[in-house]
Design a protein around this ligand. Structure first.
Ligand code: ATP
Ligand code: MG
Length: 389
């Protein structure tokens, strides 16, 4: 039986004159990502995108791919009726939805008639299809209020479709439609979630990871790349810049007071991330910071770390509890990777008594003992670029 996905666009339908640009981006993202799964013809009519599942293709994989693409509010996996007639609709529903009828005690039919030329009204279609299905599945009774199964009939321009109802899409806006931003990606729970949240709002991500070999291991780097790959399931291809960070950390440890270590280190991270961001056409930085989570995430601490960059810093987890962040991490499948026990460069050399109420002049004075620009240049020049397809 021929299957098709009906993808309904989300927020972009509210756009005005620039709507076409958002739709084009959405279709481009969809085609590029679908190519890895199956050779599906894709078309769009009236804010609905049609993805045809070709003969022999893995329809579950096609569905899974579509469900991870930002910009779609709902996805209905439907059967295409061979003819646009009532008889064909009934036969298709009988065959396609037989497994659903087997599990249901009650059902109803809902019809959407996009093709106003069709000889019956949507109510008439629902009544006739419902009557026929009640005869075909005598164990399942009609219930207009709380049915176990709703049979959806969509009579559209070219074809009629039958399905058991829409499932939620990934939501959000098409990746890239709001530009590009640099994600400071650690191996923790928060930063992949932060990246996902901003990708959902239409940002393309460039990953930046600070790597302190040999204090942090190859496995720690692999873990971060695994997280990056898990994000690409949602936001498509992504590059991760792996920044050599050992020398900077050693210099800070040697030259600055221990209680300022983390803050000065984080200021270096922001400076380097901004350099990467500008080089790659990014308009903002993204971090996984959450207010008060650790000493470096108090309000004064974030003021001090944010002070080194001019680009806006997006911190989408700022108002979230750990539990809420974990819930998203599980949903987007990064959680199990994030809790693997490899150390991060933030956890090596952590001061015992970090300063939670830092004063900027004191930090600036401490940094004057370091060759800040030269250290930043050296780190940026040593970046290893890893493309995640
Ligand atoms: P995460 O926040 O990802 O769970 P974490 O809580 O251990 O990890 P923090 O030490 O709280 O990380 O750092 C706050 C933010 O700084 C992170 O969310 C991330 O955006 C950034 N960050 C920390 N370490 C790194 C790193 N090694 N490379 C890139 N970014 C980092
Ligand atoms: Mg954190």
């Amino acid at each position: 039986m021929k299957e098709v996905l009906l993808l309904k666009c989300g927020e972009i339908v509210l756009k005005g004159l620039n709507r076409k640009a958002f739709e084009d981006r959405l279709l481009k993202n969809l085609s590029r990502r679908m190519k890895h799964v199956a050779d599906c013809p894709i078309s769009m009519r009236q804010s609905v995108v049609y993805v045809e599942v070709p003969e022999g293709a893995d329809a579950d994989a096609v569905m899974d791919c579509a469900a991870h693409i930002f910009g779609f509010a709902t996805i209905s996996r439907a059967a295409v009726c061979p003819e646009k007639t009532l008889d064909s609709v009934i036969k298709t529903a009988q065959r396609y939805l037989a497994p659903r009828f087997a599990r249901a005690a009650t059902f109803k039919v809902e019809t959407k008639r996009g093709d106003k030329q069709f000889p019956l009204t949507s109510t008439e279609i629902s009544q006739q299809v419902g009557g026929a299905l009640a005869d075909l599945f005598p164990a399942v009774r009609a219930d207009m209020h709380h049915p176990d199964l709703t049979v959806h009939v969509e009579i559209r321009e070219k074809y009629a479709f039958v399905h058991a109802g829409p499932e939620p899409g990934a939501g959000g806006m098409p990746t890239g439609s709001n530009g590009r931003a640099a994600l400071l990606l650690s191996g923790g729970i928060d930063s992949p979630v932060a990246g996902w949240m901003m990708a959902k709002r239409g940002l393309e991500l460039v990953g930046v990871h600070f790597f302190s070999y040999p204090y942090t291991s190859e496995q720690a780097k692999e873990k971060v790349l695994t997280l990056g790959r898990q994000l690409t399931r949602w936001c498509g291809r992504m590059s991760v810049m792996v920044v050599p960070f050992t020398k900077i950390q050693e210099q800070i440890r040697a030259q600055c007071h221990e209680e300022l270590f983390t803050l000065i280190m984080r200021r270096f991270m922001m400076r380097i991330a901004e350099r990467v961001a500008v080089e790659h056409g990014c308009g903002a930085l993204i971090t996984g910071e959450s207010l008060g989570q650790v000493a470096s995430q108090t309000m004064p601490a974030m003021a001090v770390t944010g002070a080194v960059c001019e680009l806006p810093v997006f911190r989408p987890c700022i108002g979230m509890d750990k539990e809420e962040i974990v819930r998203i991490a599980r949903r987007i499948d990064t959680f199990e990777t994030s809790i693997l026990p490899y150390e991060d460069c933030c956890t090596v050399f952590t001061p015992k008594h970090p300063n939670t109420r830092p004063k900027l002049p004191k930090i600036v004075e401490a940094e004057s003992r370091l060759a800040v620009d030269a250290l930043v240049d050296e780190a940026v020049n040593g970046i290893e670029v890893i493309h995640l397809p």
